[in-house]
Design a protein around this ligand. Sequence first.
Ligand SMILES: Cc1ncc(COP(=O)(O)OP(=O)(O)O)c(N)n1
Ligand SMILES: Cc1ncsc1CCOP(=O)(O)O
Ligand SMILES: [Mg+2]
Length: 219
Amino acid sequence: MKINPVFPYPLYLVISEKDCIHHHWLDIAEQAILGGVDIIQLREKDCTTKEYIAKATELKKITDHYSIPLIINDSLEVATTVNSWGIHVGRTDISPSEIINHPDSPKNIGWSLEVIEQLNENEMQFVHHLGVSPIFSTPTKTNTISEWGYEGLQNLKPETSKPLITIGGINENNIAKIVQAGADSVAIVSAICGSSNPKRSAQILKQIINHNEYNPKTI
Ligand SMILES: Cc1ncc(COP(=O)(O)OP(=O)(O)O)c(N)n1
Ligand SMILES: Cc1ncsc1CCOP(=O)(O)O
Ligand SMILES: [Mg+2]
């Protein structure tokens, strides 16, 4: 993958405690970083703001230790409290224009792109990067509209200069084709959070991103 200087984070982990199966979620975050994850989003859906801040504070200690940027999903209050690098919002969340009006708003706003027509919306001017969502339908998030697929991603690429972060159903078997179709970054939940060896899974995904294939002898 050619590194995009506006978003130089090709392997993107989206983590929530409920998706972490075999290990403690903070251990998975650390192992994933050691395996090559470049950026982490904390995505907690079923907790209070106080609990979300507590989790974000714990995770930020790890991301700061490894100099990895942290993105908070959905909550401006959590993002401002922990001073995260970014925030990710979708169409039913607080809008990018509202976020930038906040005095301590995180610098980098990610916005979910579900249909190509969204590129024409006024909100786009406040957006740093786009979550192309979902590339493939996934049990991890079921309230989605449709899938972009490889062809949708290829068609989207020339229509915007914003970094494209692909998400949804991505794993070792399809990541190479997603990179070839135009992803600037690949966001993963279950292929890392659900792995019994998250470090190794991250290493494999990263090797495919870097070299277009996986050579078991080198990991
Ligand atoms: C990188 C990235 N892309 C898309 C999403 C989805 O955001 P959203 O549409 O707001 O849905 P929820 O994640 O909030 O359920 C994302 N989180 N990250
Ligand atoms: C948060 C999110 N947004 C679109 S799909 C998705 C979940 C992706 O999870 P997985 O990598 O397990 O398919
Ligand atoms: Mg959201």
